[in-house]
Design a protein around this ligand. Structure first.
Ligand code: ZN
Length: 283
């Protein structure tokens, strides 16, 4: 079995400090959480940006500040920027994090209902964003909330806009999309092309049970306060506590952890991709 890649979704767009004071929202807090989680065994960090009022934003200046601070304290980790829609709807704004040239960025290949809103990713937008990934060479993490998202990703691959091997994050348990069950996880795993890599992001109470399932069957794991604010025993979580829990489960199941460079190899990240963002951070 491949070594385990642990991804941390540190902040997200929805959680607030009022709900969990451990939530990192400023660039400084995010960088400090990255360092702690990396020391505990995490290697990949899914980063959202918040403005001065802690509201979701796609402002590249805020992303730059986060990446700058992360690189200062944890230069070895893989940074993945979010292109999620809750921070803005303009197509170019959503592509802006990709154009900063991070090693990875997220890419949700379809629309569906979320609590209170439609997560809109219409067909023409998927072509637009896929083109941004293809022209920049940034590795997409394809966010799959339901099985049609895989169909759309394969359509884009067949058009030459996404390059194999693909990496999927199977997000299960969002109210309005697929439920967070092991059966659904196995179905999605069976539905992606051979040679792909995948992680699971269990939302809400599905977080740790689905992480354990993924560790058992050879997938990778995303955890973090973006996905759930609590530990399984009902205590408020922190990103560090979630990483520590997953590391303990992996150890019990005999799964070794991937180092950042081992994760880069497993994810087929281009050599040198880590430092391509440096010039963009300078100005
Ligand atoms: Zn996210």
């Amino acid at each position: 079995m491949d070594k385990l890649i642990i991804t941390v979704a540190l902040t997200g767009n929805v959680p607030t400090k009022a709900l969990n004071p451990n939530l990192p929202v400023t660039a400084e807090e995010i960088a400090a959480d990255v360092r702690r989680a990396a020391d505990a065994g995490a290697v990949l960090f899914h980063v959202h940006a918040r403005d001065a009022e802690a509201r979701p934003t796609l402002d590249v200046a805020v992303y730059k500040e986060s990446v700058r601070r992360i690189r200062a304290v944890a230069p070895e980790v893989i940074v993945q920027l979010s292109t999620g829609a809750r921070a803005g709807k303009e197509w170019e704004d959503r592509a802006a994090p990709v154009r900063l040239l991070p090693e990875m960025a997220s890419f949700t290949t379809g629309s569906f209902n979320m609590p209170g809103v439609i997560y809109e990713n219409p067909p023409k937008f998927l072509l637009f964003l896929a083109e941004a990934f293809e022209t920049t060479g940034v590795k997409p993490e394809i966010e799959v909330f339901e099985a049609g998202n895989i169909t759309n990703a394969l359509f884009l691959r067949d058009k030459g806009l996404l390059s194999a091997p693909l990496h999927f994050d199977l997000v299960l348990g969002v109210p309005g999309a697929m439920a967070g069950t092991v059966r659904n996880l196995q179905f999605l795993v069976d539905s992606i092309p051979a040679g792909s890599t995948w992680s699971v992001a269990g939302i809400g109470k599905a977080q740790i049970p689905l992480a354990a399932a993924a560790i058992a069957i050879g997938g990778h794991v995303r955890i973090g306060l973006e996905d759930h604010l609590y530990l399984p025993d009902g205590q408020l979580a922190s990103n560090l506590a979630l990483v520590e829990k997953v590391v303990r489960i992996a150890r019990e199941l005999g799964r070794d952890l991937a180092s950042p460079d081992e994760a880069r190899a497993l994810l087929s990240l281009a050599p040198g991709a880590r430092d391509r963002i440096a010039a963009n951070l300078a100005h």
